[in-house]
Design a protein around this ligand. Structure first.
Ligand code: KG4
Ligand code: ZN
Length: 335
């Protein structure tokens, strides 16, 4: 039986190399379908043109599956939300064109969603963080500390000045001859390694900002020097290298994040983005619970790119009547 206070929305995410659609009833996720694009693995990174073509191939089936799995019909939808950026332009255009067409065809409102805001909002799925809270957003393209004052009121108080931490994982994995994306594999191999075996330089602290490019270079020199001395170095030490490097990245993230929390006097802390799936980072965060912090961590499926997080932001925008015009244009960089 339909309740009048049930708002059904469809959401679409296509900013990079995952095609995703979700159906929500208010802020509850009814379905969340993600089609990964395996084509990029052979190139060692995302190839933008191939990503947009794969989105085109996947999007109809992904949206259809999300709707059928939710049990909601197109006629019941109250609005459609979609990722408007930041991301790859060709990829964003596929999702945004699809959402605009559906919104016109069904004559329902369109809601544009910022991908970075959505990563933070993944913490509202099945949880109710207290405001204000601080969120460490760690993904393949971004590393940010965000002060969240209300569901959609967010201020970036620190960020990377060069690479993102996801790139620091992926580039190190590439140096170790691991396939793309390397982050999850480094995490897996690290579980069998000794995280104290090798040490890496800690970047100079710069308020709440991060830098990863020096670390990446230090890692490259470390591997080439040791491989010269012992040609089997990577093979024989892979687990220990992954464990030590991962521990170091997480230690650095936590040091800056906790400095911000301490300075601002905030003990409500969250993480989000693809790297928040990392087991070491999740462990370090959970350990803070014994020190008086309240910790929020999205479920694994809401860490990496997904449409459910887009739907959550869409739902809050819907409540405010913050609808988008059909002439809205995707953007590629953070704004
Ligand atoms: O949020 P996301 O899916 O896409 C972007 O918006 O960038 O993040 C992808 C990033 C990749 O760099 C990937 O290697 C990393 O998240 N990642 C991980 C783990 N799972 C995904 N990094 C470390 N450990 C993981 N378990
Ligand atoms: Zn993302």
């Amino acid at each position: 039986m339909l309740q009048s206070n049930e708002i059904f929305t469809l959401s679409i995410e296509s900013s990079c190399d995952d095609t995703s659609a979700a159906v929500l009833c208010n802020d509850k996720v009814l379905s969340n379908i993600v089609a990964n694009q395996l084509i990029h693995e052979q190139y060692g990174g995302v190839v933008p043109e191939l990503a947009s073509r794969a989105h085109q191939q996947n999007i109809v089936a992904v949206v259809d599956t999300a709707l059928s799995k939710s049990g909601v019909t197109k006629g019941q939808l109250a609005a459609i939300s979609f990722t408007n950026g930041p991301g790859l332009l060709g990829s964003l255009l596929v999702g945004s064109s699809f959402a605009k067409t559906m919104s016109m065809g069904l004559n329902i409102p369109l809601l544009e969603v910022n991908h970075m805001q959505a990563h933070v909002a993944a913490n509202y799925i099945d949880a109710k963080p207290n405001f204000p809270f601080l969120c460490l957003t760690v993904s393949g393209g971004h590393t940010q500390i965000v002060l969240v004052k209300a569901p959609l009121e967010m201020e970036v108080i620190g960020q990377t000045i060069d690479d993102a931490v996801g790139e620091a994982f992926d580039k190190a994995a590439k140096i170790l001859n691991l396939p793309y994306p390397g982050g999850p594999l480094v995490d897996k191999l690290a579980k069998q390694g000794d995280s104290e075996k090798y040490t890496f330089p800690l970047p100079a602290l710069n308020q709440y900002n991060f830098t990863f490019s020096g670390l990446k270079t230090a890692f490259l020199y470390f591997i080439s020097k040791n491989s010269k001395d012992s040609p089997d170095f990577i093979k024989s030490e892979l687990n220990n290298i992954c464990a030590s490097y991962q521990k170091h990245l997480v230690h650095y993230l936590m040091k800056v994040f906790l400095k911000a929390a301490h300075d601002l006097g905030i003990n409500e802390l969250a993480i989000s983005g693809g790297v928040s799936a990392n087991s070491e980072l999740r462990k370090e965060m959970l350990a803070l619970q014994t020190k008086g912090y309240s910790i929020y961590i999205p479920k694994f499926e809401y860490c990496t790119d997904n449409a459910a997080m887009i739907g959550i932001v869409g739902y809050y925008k819907y409540l405010k009547g913050d609808f988008s015009s059909n002439s809205v244009v995707p953007f590629t960089r953070s704004i």
